[in-house]
Design a protein around this ligand. Structure first.
Ligand code: NAD
Length: 443
């Protein structure tokens, strides 16, 4: 919404949220999310045509077009538990729009939703709608965290799905003309509603599948002496495969990949396609395996016990240039190590201690008090690594490449092990210093 406001100064953009502390933060220089370039965009438009408020009803009444961008987490209860998307926030938003609206509106699904959700939204809007007419569009978001602003400024494509009726096509054009302020028309793809909804889940499933595929090969590389980075380069040079998203790692995280694939799996099961469901579920299972394998490798290498040993984790965010920790591999690797009675010390340049503890508590593996006792959070990498028996690189933050690794080595327990979960560092140099390096997918 900030980028729309930046690129379309004549359009008034009201961002509303039920969470008052988030709205308050959007009005300061300490935005509620860390994203390179975002603060500059917000500052350019804030107060001009971009406004933040908790007055949701007022914003609904005033709007011609409403983007529903609420969270759609995996259900943790009832039917579809652990798989289906929890649509209660979507439904609440739709009901509120229906109750409050007094003029016709275009309602845009911006959240990632299961295919045919628009049908439910239409049903809710239709029943309560006070004679007001609504058009529902699907406009999924393809930005990646960490590069959100460049992705939005220069997207590969914008996708808009809508009803193929005169009113539906008119609504699609209204939204397309917003993006056309800065996105070339040929990049604005227009489809039927259901195709648009399903494309978002499919895009994330394909992206995650590439990571799980190369990670599965990394396990084979380790036992055969092949090098996964060489294999990735060799196969990625084939233009049919392409080089992107072939970096082997400790496993993918983030709020979207796992949630969206599980949602796809649930949909396939619901529509009676068990073979398709289990095909896609394997992408998530392989990712779980990779995280577990990484943690087990640490324990195995440290002479089969990490009890009482200090393990330094560099990075907690699920990827660099974000403070988002949802489904980060760090959480699962740490949980595994804590269960083996390790003392884990962490440094991440953007993630605060409360988030890390909250992430661990959410797993409910042990009492919250124990998580707090066993996890130590540091403000710099050198402190986190001091007297450690091993270091695990979890997030590919650029600053880790420029650390004084000689100094870190000097202050560690020997033998000093380093587990590079991102294949980020120059391993030959580290071995020359004296580190015993273990990386992903190298025999
Ligand atoms: N984060 C991403 O990079 C990304 C990328 C593409 C798509 N998506 C999709 O976008 C959606 C939102 O993701 P997110 O990461 O921003 O989630 P989030 O949890 O960070 O933000 C959702 C916000 O919605 C607010 N909210 C909930 N119910 C509300 C209501 N009834 N009225 C007003 N506000 C309400 C919450 O308070 C919260 O601030 C999800 O469907 C996600 O899959 C996210």
């Amino acid at each position: 919404m900030a980028v729309i406001a930046q690129k379309c100064p004549e359009i008034k953009v009201n961002v509303v949220d039920i969470n008052p502390s988030r709205i308050a933060a959007w009005k300061t220089d300490q935005l509620p999310i860390y994203e390179p370039g975002l603060l500059e965009v917000v500052k350019e438009a804030h107060g001009r045509n971009l406004f933040f408020s908790t007055d949701i009803e007022d914003a609904i009444r005033e709007a011609d077009m409403i983007f529903i961008s609420v969270n759609t987490p995996t259900k943790t209860y009832g039917v579809g538990k652990g798989r289906a998307a929890d649509l209660k926030f979507i439904e609440l938003s739709a009901r509120q729009i229906a109750e409050v609206s007094t003029t016709d509106k275009i309602v845009v699904e911006k959240s990632t939703l299961p295919v045919r959700t628009a049908q439910s939204i239409k049903a809710i809007l239709g029943e309560e709608g006070n004679g007001v007419k609504f058009q529902v569009l699907s406009n999924p978001e393809f930005l990646a965290e960490g590069t959100a602003i460049t992705d939005l400024h220069d997207p590969d494509r914008v996708l808009i799905g809508g009803d193929q009726t005169p009113e539906g096509l008119e609504a699609i054009e209204a939204l397309a003309s917003v993006y056309a302020h800065w996105v070339p028309r040929e990049k604005i793809i227009q489809t039927r509603l259901w195709s648009s909804e399903l494309s978002k889940l499919t895009a994330n499933a394909f992206l995650a599948q590439r990571i799980s595929s190369i990670n599965s090969i990394s396990a084979l590389c380790e036992v055969t002496g092949a090098d996964v980075d060489e294999v990735a380069y060799a196969i990625g040079s084939d233009s049919r495969i392409g080089p992107k998203f072939l970096k082997s790692s400790v496993g993918f995280g983030g709020s979207c990949f796992q949630k969206d694939i599980l949602n796809l799996v649930y949909l396939c099961e619901y529509f009676g396609l068990p073979e398709v469901a289990s095909y896609w579920e394997q992408v998530v299972l392989m990712n779980d395996y990779q995280k577990r394998r990484f943690a087990q490798n640490i324990i195995h290498t440290l002479f089969n016990t990490v009890s009482g040993k200090k393990i330094a984790m560099l990075g907690w965010a699920f990827k660099k240039d974000t403070n988002d920790t949802r489904e980060s591999a760090a959480i699962y690797v740490t949980d595994h190590l804590l269960s083996d009675m390790a003392n884990v010390s962490v440094y991440d340049p953007q993630v605060p201690e409360e988030s890390m503890i909250e992430d661990l508590n959410y797993l409910q593996t042990r009492p919250a008090r124990e998580n707090k006792e066993m996890l130590t959070v540091h403000q710099d990498a050198y402190e986190a690594c001091k007297d450690a028996h091993a270091i695990a690189i979890i997030t590919e933050w650029d600053e880790f490449k420029n650390l004084d690794w000689q100094l870190i080595y000097k202050n560690m327990k020997k033998p000093a092990f380093l587990f590079d979960g991102r294949n980020l560092l120059n391993h030959e140099e580290l071995e020359k210093i004296g580190f015993k390096v273990k990386c992903i997918g190298k025999g």
